[in-house]
Write a protein that binds this ligand. Structure first.
Ligand SMILES: *[C@@H]1O[C@H](CO)[C@@H](O)[C@H](O)[C@H]1NC(C)=O
Ligand SMILES: *[C@@H]1O[C@H](CO)[C@@H](O)[C@H](O)[C@H]1NC(C)=O
Ligand SMILES: *[C@@H]1O[C@H](CO)[C@@H](O)[C@H](O)[C@H]1NC(C)=O
Ligand SMILES: *[C@@H]1O[C@H](CO)[C@@H](O)[C@H](O)[C@H]1NC(C)=O
Ligand SMILES: *[C@@H]1O[C@H](CO)[C@@H](O)[C@H](O)[C@H]1NC(C)=O
Ligand SMILES: *[C@@H]1O[C@H](CO)[C@@H](O)[C@H](O)[C@H]1NC(C)=O
Ligand SMILES: *[C@@H]1O[C@H](CO)[C@@H](O)[C@H](O)[C@H]1NC(C)=O
Length: 489
C-alpha cells in the first residue's frame, strides 16, 4: 500500500496541517475512483453524511474537508460495506459512508472523498443552520428515473445557485435501482452526483425500490435513525419532517410487523414533535398519496385507500387519523407522475380555513402530490372530473419548491419543465398565530396511541383471522397458541 507522505503527520483526526493546493489533485483516478457521491443530513447541524461507491474494495474510506477550498484541512475515515445484489449474478458493490463532524452550522464547506487509490472532485455544501429561527428552502420531487429525468438539469442548476437548503426525493429512483444487476441504479446515482454531492439529499422509499426487500434503497442511501432509511425524522429550522414508508402496507410479504413498528414509532415521533415549541410546522412525507385524482384504482380510490384507512382484517391501522390527531400540517407524496395540490382535507371532507382564504388556519391537512420529475413511464393522466378535494393539478413535468418563511407562513411553488421553468402553481399556507393547528386534540391522540400499544403486542394470527375463519367454519386449533402471548380481549 502506498503511503501518502503529505498526510503522514496527521495523527489525530481534524488536527492535520494544511498543505498546498496539490492535495486537490486526484491520484490515479482510474484505479478505484469514488463515484455516485451524495450527501445526506444526520439531523445534527454540526454533521453531514457522505455516501459513495467504488467498483473495488478499498482499504480506507476517507473524506478531506474544510471551509477553504484550497486546503481541506480535516481528514476523517468512514467505513465501507460490501453490498451484494440479490439477482443471480450477485454483482458486488463497495459502499462507503462517512460523517463529517464538528461543522459550524450554516457555513459553506468543501470536500472530496476517496483514498490514495483515487480521490473525487471537490464538491461543496452549506451545513444546515442551527436553531429554529430561519427559513428553510426545500426542493421536493418524486419519481425520477435514469432515463427521461426531465427536471434533473434545472434542479441541479438551482441547487448550484444556492437556492435550497435540502432536497427531498419522495420515492421511486432510477427505474429501478436493482435493474440490470444494479447497473441502472449506478447510472442514476452518477447522473445525480452534480446535484446530490452539493446539498443534503434526503430520501423516501417508493414501490420501485421493493426488490430484494428494498436492499438497494437501504444500502445505497444513508439516513438518520436505525430503520435503514425506511422511516426517520429531522428538524430543519421551524419545520419537523417525518419520513415514512408507505410500502410496508403494499408488500406484506416482507413482514407485517414492520407496519406496527413504524406506526408505533410514528405516533411517538409526532407526539414529541408537537410538544416542541420550535416545531412550528410538521410535514409528513411518504411515497403513495392518501388523496389523488388520477385513474389509479389502487392508490387513487380515496374511500378504499388502504394506507389511509388501514386493513381492518389484519388489524392494520390506517395513517390518516394519526396524522390528523397529531396536528400534521402538510402531507407530501408522489407516485402519480403528475402534480396535484388539495384543499385542506380530512376523512374525505374539505375543511377550508374560510371560503375566501382556504389556506389561512386550514382545518385539515394540505396534501401535495409531486411525482413529475420524469422517468421512462412518462406522465400519469387525471380523471376527467377530479374529486372535490382537488384544488390544482397539472401533468407538466416539474418539481416543487417549499419555503418555510417563518412560524406562520409557508409557500409552495410548482415549477413546470414543459413551460420553461415558470411557476404554474403558487400558494401560501398561513396561521394567524403559531402553534399546532386548530384541530389538534391531545386526548384523542393519546387514546389512539394506547390502542396502538395494545395492537403492537398482539399476535395477528391468533386474532381477527381466527375469528374470520371461525365464521367460515375453519377455526385454528387453540393448542398452537403460546399462552405467554397477549390475547385479544
Ligand atoms: C475556490 O475558491 C475560489 C475563490 O473563492 C474560486 O475562484 C474557485 O472556483 C473555488 N474552487 C472550487 C473548486 O470551488
Ligand atoms: C487521512 O488521509 C489519508 C490519505 O491521504 C489516509 O490514508 C488516512 O487514513 C487519513 N487519516 C484519517 C485519520 O482518516
Ligand atoms: C445550537 O443552538 C443551541 C440552542 O440555541 C445551542 O445550545 C447550541 O450550542 C448551538 N450549536 C451550535 C453548534 O452552534
Ligand atoms: C425485510 O427487512 C426487514 C428490515 O431489514 C426485516 O425486518 C424483515 O424481516 C425482512 N423481511 C424478509 C421477508 O426478509
Ligand atoms: C374550499 O375553498 C375553495 C376555494 O375558495 C372552494 O372552491 C371550495 O368549494 C371550498 N370547499 C368547501 C367545502 O368549502
Ligand atoms: C414515453 O415517451 C417516450 C417519448 O415520447 C416514448 O418513446 C415512450 O414510448 C413513452 N413510454 C411510455 C411507457 O409511454
Ligand atoms: C412571516 O413571513 C411572511 C412572509 O415573508 C411575512 O409577511 C410576515 O410578516 C412574517 N411574520 C413574522 C412574524 O415575521
Amino acid at each position: 500500500m502506498r503511503v501518502n507522505w503529505r498526510w503522514s503527520v496527521c495523527s489525530v483526526v481534524l488536527l492535520c496541517v494544511p498543505y498546498s493546493s496539490a492535495i486537490l489533485l486526484k491520484t490515479n483516478p482510474e484505479e478505484n475512483a469514488p463515484e455516485q457521491i451524495h450527501l445526506s443530513w444526520s439531523g445534527n447541524p454540526t454533521e453531514m453524511y457522505v455516501t459513495w461507491a467504488t467498483p473495488r474494495a478499498s482499504a480506507v474510506s476517507s473524506v478531506r474537508f474544510g471551509m477553504d477550498n484550497k486546503t481541506l484541512t480535516s481528514n476523517i475515515s468512514g467505513e465501507s460495506t460490501t453490498f451484494v445484489d440479490g439477482a443471480v449474478a450477485h454483482k458486488v458493490r463497495y459502499i462507503h459512508r462517512a460523517t463529517m463532524q464538528y461543522l459550524q452550522p450554516g457555513n459553506r464547506y468543501y470536500y472530496q472523498v476517496g483514498s490514495d487509490a483515487g480521490w473525487s472532485d471537490v464538491y461543496s455544501f452549506r451545513s444546515i443552520r442551527n436553531g429554529s429561527d430561519w427559513s428553510p428552502r426545500l426542493l421536493v420531487y418524486g419519481d425520477m428515473g435514469a432515463v427521461n429525468a426531465r427536471s434533473l438539469q434545472q434542479m441541479t442548476k438551482e441547487v448550484l445557485e444556492d437556492r435550497y437548503d435540502l432536497v427531498l426525493h419522495v420515492g421511486d429512483f432510477a427505474y429501478d435501482l436493482p435493474t440490470r444487476n444494479g447497473d441502472v441504479g449506478d447510472e442514476f446515482l452518477r447522473n445525480l452526483e452534480p446535484l446530490a454531492a452539493n446539498i443534503p439529499y434526503m430520501t423516501v422509499v417508493g414501490n420501485h425500490e421493493e426488490k430484494f426487500n428494498f436492499s438497494h434503497y437501504k444500502n445505497r442511501f444513508t439516513c438518520p435513525g436505525d430503520s435503514e432509511g425506511m422511516f426517520y425524522s429531522i428538524d430543519v429550522g421551524p419545520l419537523h419532517i417525518t419520513v415514512i414508508s408507505t410500502e410496508f402496507y403494499f408488500f406484506l410479504r416482507y413482514g407485517v410487523q414492520q407496519i406496527y413498528n413504524q406506526f408505533y414509532w410514528l405516533g411517538n415521533d409526532l407526539q414529541k414533535a408537537a410538544a416542541k415549541d420550535s416545531n412550528a410546522w410538521i410535514f409528513v412525507a411518504g411515497h403513495r398519496p392518501l388523496y389523488c385524482s388520477n385513474p389509479d384504482i389502487v392508490d387513487c380510490n380515496p374511500k378504499g385507500n388502504i394506507f389511509r384507512k388501514g386493513i381492518p382484517l389484519l388489524m392494520i391501522p390506517g395513517i390518516e387519523d394519526l396524522l390528523y390527531e397529531s396536528g400534521v400540517d402538510v402531507g407530501i407524496w408522489a407516485h402519480e407522475h403528475s402534480y396535484e395540490r388539495t384543499w385542506p382535507v380530512y376523512d374525505l371532507k374539505v375543511l377550508n380555513g374560510s371560503a375566501s382564504e382556504p389556506y389561512t388556519d386550514p382545518e385539515g391537512i394540505v396534501h401535495i402530490i409531486t411525482g413529475s420529475a420524469g422517468c421512462q413511464e412518462n406522465h400519469t393522466r387525471f380523471n376527467p372530473h377530479p374529486y372535490d378535494f382537488s384544488a390544482f393539478h397539472t401533468t407538466d413535468y416539474g418539481f416543487t419548491r417549499m419555503t418555510v418563511h417563518n412560524r406562520t407562513h409557508l409557500q409552495f411553488e410548482q415549477v413546470s419543465d414543459d413551460k420553461n421553468y415558470v411557476v404554474v402553481d403558487s400558494v401560501w399556507v398561513k396561521k394567524t398565530s403559531p402553534g399546532r393547528p386548530v384541530w389538534y386534540r391531545e386526548k384523542k391522540r393519546k387514546q389512539l396511541l394506547e390502542e396502538m400499544e395494545r395492537i403492537r403486542n398482539y399476535d395477528r394470527f391468533n386474532g381477527p383471522l381466527v375469528r374470520s375463519r371461525a365464521r367460515y367454519g375453519h377455526p385454528r386449533k387453540p393448542a398452537q397458541q403460546d399462552p405467554k402471548k397477549p390475547q385479544r380481549l
